[in-house]
Design a protein around this ligand. Structure first.
Ligand SMILES: *[C@@H]1O[C@H](CO)[C@@H](O)[C@H](O)[C@H]1NC(C)=O
Ligand SMILES: *[C@@H]1O[C@H](CO)[C@@H](O)[C@H](O)[C@H]1NC(C)=O
Ligand SMILES: *[C@@H]1O[C@H](CO)[C@@H](O)[C@H](O)[C@H]1NC(C)=O
Ligand SMILES: *[C@@H]1O[C@H](CO)[C@@H](O)[C@H](O)[C@H]1NC(C)=O
Ligand SMILES: *[C@@H]1O[C@H](CO)[C@@H](O)[C@H](O)[C@H]1NC(C)=O
Ligand SMILES: *[C@@H]1O[C@H](CO)[C@@H](O)[C@H](O)[C@H]1NC(C)=O
Ligand SMILES: *[C@@H]1O[C@H](CO)[C@@H](O)[C@H](O)[C@H]1NC(C)=O
Ligand SMILES: *[C@@H]1O[C@H](CO)[C@@H](O)[C@H](O)[C@H]1NC(C)=O
Ligand SMILES: *[C@@H]1O[C@H](CO)[C@@H](O)[C@H](O)[C@H]1NC(C)=O
Ligand SMILES: *[C@@H]1O[C@H](CO)[C@@H](O)[C@H](O)[C@H]1NC(C)=O
Ligand SMILES: [Cu+2]
Length: 567
């Protein structure tokens, strides 16, 4: 342990600003993130938004595989904040992973936290975002991880690369939207626009001049680094008269998959090649929601950007919109998600073959009765809630990682149920109302180091079935199967793909269906698992894995950095 402390202090050589001194140097690349409010004008109105360094979307973090980077996060805003490096496994270092009250206390206004990002096997596109209240609506940006020096992509080198970051824009202050639905217990107000690289696009009022334009040369190939940073919307995306060839997802390469549209959930990232193989002209790129929940309100607007070929040609006045599947087209969504295949020769580790730990979880939308004397705006005058295995997560007031590390009692409990507490037809059309009210709790699932976990997510039709993009911190997992209806323990495992499953950090569990993931618990620490639809997360669809230490120093949690924010 002492040796290790010594080593890290040698690494802690601070350089000012932002510089890069090579992979094998003892100094690391540094970024400065100043979280602050800045005025932005969209949809004909101006408001103040929380940003990093005044940028929306925020700055890009660039790294090479296996590199370590430091980000100095300064909170110059007026609310508590934390920042998460989505999809970065951070081996043995949950301390700077970011989720509020899970691995750290928030960075208070006026304070600073120096966050270490340890890249290991990730390669491709990931992203970073705030992980407290709804700040991530505007506090997010891409992370681009290039191959190690002297290694190449498993596809021809593209001529250029372009981030495509989806977001959601509310005309009102997002903090107000957040506090309002938390107070009333109802659904949050829908966003007023979807954005591509911060711009709604020319189908919205006052948005013509800002519309994102991507210039291309005919005959060249481009790598799109696509991030869905939207709060509550799974999206379909396509480009008029062009295919996309997906070559990576969630920071891991995939077998090439050529489609005329993609589907992407909040939390997911996709690397896709675009061949500029059409007549020089302007072509629309467009995205809109995939929303399967019956009677769930959603932003049904369409965001656009323009693919603009270089050269001299008369631009057509109204280019056609590309094909996009209909909002409720679950088949189109899962036709895409279910076609993704991993690239086994570029997997960092082999597919776990025999699981040692079986976990089955139900994912439900729920309700709590309205407290006496209040009016609530959830279904039938209740308050909305969500749960995993009937437990609606309640965040503690000091973080679980600290409580675990320092043996502080009374913060969380062990023994999160690893099997649904009550068996019923999870996907039945009509379900008894008594099942709808969950328990509240702050419980963790404790795993032995090296456990081979098989986890089945089962969506239920309580209140209303809907897709859930489930995200796990600290790990990537193999998605070995999915299906509609109830998971069948006897039949479904026989169909698992143990040959080339995609290696992801966010899996979309189909509406009234299930998905199975596998991972080996070799990253000790405290790791959050949650739905990446922000309203579901706010309502309690989350739990925590505590992965115990293994044997040697290399299988042991690192000590906390000296400047951990205090509660
Ligand atoms: C939410 O929408 C309702 C209905 O349009 C409106 O009255 C309310 O002011 C909105 N709240 C916020 C915070 O935007
Ligand atoms: C898109 O892919 C389909 C199927 O692979 C192919 O038939 C079509 O020609 C491609 N379109 C373009 C514009 O490349
Ligand atoms: C979007 O939703 C609004 C409100 O529910 C509805 O009036 C409108 O027709 C919908 N637009 C489209 C294109 O479906
Ligand atoms: C999708 O919505 C349309 C229009 O409301 C409806 O006709 C269709 O049946 C729906 N499809 C599914 C799969 O629910
Ligand atoms: C998995 O378990 C089966 C049955 O117990 C055994 O035959 C097989 O060798 C195991 N495979 C691996 C890779 O450990
Ligand atoms: C569960 O409910 C679904 C939807 O109503 C129905 O199709 C299915 O047959 C039910 N399963 C069982 C085992 O009753
Ligand atoms: C969840 O727990 C509550 C409280 O014990 C119970 O009333 C309800 O039926 C449970 N629901 C499910 C789906 O297990
Ligand atoms: C609302 O109340 C009606 C009538 O009691 C019931 O049929 C319906 O299932 C309830 N919906 C929810 C989501 O509680
Ligand atoms: C830790 O080191 C031991 C001994 O060198 C090795 O067997 C083990 O695989 C290592 N574990 C990890 C996670 O690298
Ligand atoms: C900000 O964080 C501190 C430390 O956890 C906490 O005491 C305080 O209540 C938080 N403020 C708000 C407004 O949530
Ligand atoms: Cu969800």
């Amino acid at each position: 342990m002492k040796m290790w402390v010594l080593k890290t202090t040698i690494f802690l050589q601070i350089l000012s600003g932002f510089c890069f001194l090579g992979l094998h140097s003892k100094t690391h690349k540094q970024y400065t993130f100043v979280v602050k409010e800045v005025q932005y004008t969209r949809l004909c109105s101006t408001k103040s938004i929380l940003t990093v360094n005044g940028e929306f979307p925020g700055p890009v973090i660039n790294a090479h595989q296996g590199e370590t980077v430091y980000v100095n996060v300064y909170n110059r805003g007026t609310h508590n904040i934390t920042v998460h490096w989505h999809g970065v496994k951070q081996p043995r270092n949950p301390w700077t992973d970011g989720p509020e009250y899970i691995t750290q206390c928030p960075i208070k206004p006026g304070e600073k936290f120096r966050q270490k990002i340890i890249f290991s096997t990730e390669e491709g596109t990931l992203w970073w975002h705030a992980h407290s209240d709804w700040s991530r609506a505007t506090v997010h940006g891409a992370i681009i991880i290039y191959p190690r020096k002297h290694r190449t992509y498993p596809f021809p080198k593209p001529y250029a690369e372009v981030p495509i970051i989806f977001g959601e824009w509310w005309k009102n202050d997002v903090w107000k939207v957040y506090t309002e639905f938390r107070r009333t217990g109802g659904s949050p107000n829908n966003s007023d626009a979807i954005t591509i690289n911060g711009q709604p696009g020319d189908l919205y009022p006052c948005s013509n001049s800002g519309t994102f334009k991507m210039n291309v040369d005919q005959g060249k190939t481009y790598l799109l680094r696509i991030v869905n940073a939207a709060m509550n919307l799974i999206l379909f995306f396509s480009i008029s008269k062009h295919n996309l060839t997906v070559v990576g997802a969630d920071g891991c390469y995939t077998k090439p998959l050529t489609r005329d549209y993609i589907a992407i959930s909040p939390g997911q990232t996709i690397d896709a090649l675009l061949y500029a193989n059409q007549e020089p002209d302007q072509y629309y790129m467009a995205a809109r929601a995939y929303s399967s929940g019956a009677a769930v309100p959603f932003d049904n607007t369409t965001t656009t950007a323009i693919l603009q070929y270089n050269g001299n040609y008369p631009p057509i006045s109204s280019p056609p919109l590309p094909y996009l599947p209909y909002y409720n087209d679950t088949q189109a969504a899962f036709n895409f998600f279910g076609s993704l295949r991993g690239l086994p020769k570029r997997y960092p580790k082999s597919i776990p073959f025999n699981a040692t730990t079986h976990i089955e979880t139900t994912l439900s939308v729920n309700t709590f009765p309205c407290p006496k004397g209040q009016t609530c705006e959830g279904p039938n005058g209740t308050r909305f809630a969500t749960s995993i295995n009937n437990i609606s997560f309640v965040a503690p007031s000091i973080d679980i990682l600290e409580a675990y590390y320092y043996h502080i009692k009374g913060v969380y409990r062990k023994g999160f149920p690893t099997f649904p507490p009550f068996l019923f037809n999870f996907t039945a059309q009509y379900l008894p109302l008594e099942l709808q009210i969950p328990k509240k709790g702050t419980k963790a699932i404790v795993l032995k180091y090296g456990s081979v976990v098989e986890l089945v997510f089962q969506g239920t039709n309580l209140v209303g079935g809907i897709d859930h993009p489930m995200h796990l911190h600290g790990y990537s997992f193999h998605v070995v199967g999915y299906g509609f209806g109830n998971f069948d323990k006897a039949k479904d495992p026989l169909q698992y793909n143990l040959v080339d499953p995609p290696l992801l950090n966010t899996v979309v569990v189909p509406k009234n269906g299930w998905a199975t993931i596998r991972f080996k618990a070799t990253n000790p620490g405290v790791w959050l698992m949650h739905c990446h639809l922000e309203r579901h997360l706010s309502w309690g669809m989350e739990t925590v894995f505590i992965v115990k230490n293994g044997k040697g120093w290399n299988e042991t949690l690192l000590p906390p950095p000296p400047d951990m924010p205090r509660c």
